[in-house]
Design a protein around this ligand. Structure first.
Ligand SMILES: *Cc1c(COP(=O)(O)O)cnc(C)c1O
Length: 465
């Protein structure tokens, strides 16, 4: 399988190259040149498979020329053995035709484990084969950092440096990063805000000479194709459990960077009968504004009760735009160049196609709290604030007829106890057993000034894998 850039100018890459890259050299994002398609019979044959077996069916075509099937099967077995639920991604019914799919049974209690547990293992596999070492550098305001650290903690060929804004991430989220023990794990608390951290990561990717021994940087945010690929699997898993391909499906996805929901779009393109994908945003509603006004523009970032969706630019939306513009890389390059300096209008034809597949909703903090409380009262089921946004959007968008609507439960409520409390639920969600002593564990992190040189020197001196 070949991968091509959304901006049409960068060289095509194979899976291994794409895995080890960040952005394409033309500033675009990599997507598969063609998608595998599954027939109704092929999808039916997947019913009843355990999660790692299903993952093998879905992922195999994307990596076939780089990883032998037996090795891939083993990697997938190891990856999903880390999850603490027999179904890996269990479905819970909340109401007639309403389900949530719990994607929070991995090590860090958020859906990002599905992709980052796999990414760490895939990276180590190809690096071991090539006798190569790389450096992971990422910025986090929350869930990505801990999931990336957990995903790479046993990797022999990777040093991982995660920058977080000093004293500006929640205690649970900080501790999930800083209590992981490993010589290759480096938590950097930068005396700045999240944007400062992200700017340093971006500058470092653009000029990598500071790294020792010819090492290079690998991206762990959702511009990395392998993350999206891993997320396609659970859409099939839910669909098969609920009776697809003979049953129609819809998914509501709490969205920030458009990575998770883009994986749902790909599942549909690959043959899963998805009627509708609901883009569920908080008040940082860049995607909802695109859907309602056809204009893609930035607004001021606002803090919400669902911090993992607090973004102003939705990077992966470019991957959808590429398809909406009939894969015209030059058109996307032009559009994104104009977007760098202001708002852009999306073509009528592109918007018409987008609206046949996607609907959207913006959910306020008040509505989020109300949904958490109502669901607790009616079902004694506790939603985290991100999932609550998804459920609220799902209820507002339920299609006509017999369509199974599945909301992706992207985080465990124990990660966001303050929001649960603010909603008026009078129980505190307990951390699962494996994290029960999180607040007693020893933390390890290095506070650094908000200076690119200092951060880069630290990375150069500590890349020892
Ligand atoms: C990262 C995250 C999201 C947003 O996912 P995207 O792929 O960026 O859309 C939603 N909920 C939680 C809990 C997250 O950690």
């Amino acid at each position: 399988m070949k991968y091509i850039s959304t901006r049409g100018q960068a060289p095509a890459l194979n899976f291994e190259q794409v895995l080890l890259t960040g952005l394409a050299s033309d500033g675009g994002l990599y997507v598969p040149e063609t998608l595998p398609k599954f027939s109704v019979e092929q999808i039916e044959a997947m019913r009843g498979m355990a999660y790692p077996e299903l993952a093998l069916e879905i992922i195999r075509p994307f990596v076939a020329d780089c990883i032998p099937e037996d090795d891939l099967a083993q990697i997938l077995q190891d990856t999903y053995a880390e999850f603490r639920h027999g179904a890996v991604a269990p479905l819970i019914q909340l109401a007639p035709n309403q389900w949530v799919m719990e994607l929070f049974h991995g090590p860090t209690l958020a859906f990002k484990d599905f992709a980052l547990q796999l990414l760490g293992r895939l990276l180590d596999y190809v690096l071991e084969r090539e006798q190569r070492k790389v450096v992971i550098m990422g910025a986090t305001s929350g869930d990505t950092g801990s999931a990336a650290i957990e995903g790479c903690r046993r990797c022999k060929n990777i040093d991982i440096f995660i920058l977080h804004p000093h004293e500006r991430v929640s205690e649970v989220q900080r501790r999930q990063m800083t209590t992981v023990v490993g010589d290759n794990i480096h938590n950097l608390a930068v005396e700045g805000n999240f944007d400062d951290c992200q700017a340093m990561v971006k500058a470092s990717f653009n000029a990598q000479q500071f790294l020792p021994d010819g090492r290079s940087l690998v991206a762990v945010n959702s511009i990395n194709w392998a993350r999206i690929m891993a997320q396609i699997v659970y859409y099939f898993h839910a669909g098969l459990s609920l009776g697809a391909p003979s049953r129609k499906l819809a998914f509501s996805v709490p969205t920030g960077n458009f990575g998770d929901i883009f994986a749902g779009y790909l599942a549909r393109e690959m043959g899963l009968p998805i009627e509708q994908l609901v883009i569920a945003t908080n008040r940082n509603d860049v995607l909802h504004r695109i859907m309602t006004t056809a204009t893609y523009g930035r607004q001021q970032l606002e803090q919400s009760l669902s911090p993992s969706m607090d973004i102003t630019v939705s990077s992966n939306f470019e991957r959808l735009l590429f398809d909406l513009y009939n894969r015209d890389g030059a058109a996307i390059a032009d559009l994104m160049k104009r977007f760098d300096v202001g708002a852009v209008d999306i073509d009528d034809a592109a918007m018409a196609t987008a609206r046949t597949l996607f609907s959207s909703a913006r959910v306020s903090d008040e509505e989020t709290c109300a949904r958490i409380l109502e669901t607790w009262r009616s079902s004694e089921y506790l939603l985290d604030p991100h999932t609550a946004i998804g459920v609220e959007a799902a209820l507002s968008a339920q299609p006509e007829g017999d369509v199974a609507m599945v909301t992706l439960a992207t985080a465990h409520p124990a990660k966001f106890p303050a929001a649960v409390k603010q909603a008026g639920v009078d129980v505190e969600p307990p951390l699962p057993q494996h994290l029960a002593d999180l607040f007693q564990r020893e933390e390890r992190f290095t506070v650094l000034p908000n200076e690119l040189d200092t951060v880069q020197r630290f990375i150069a001196e500590n890349s020892n894998a």
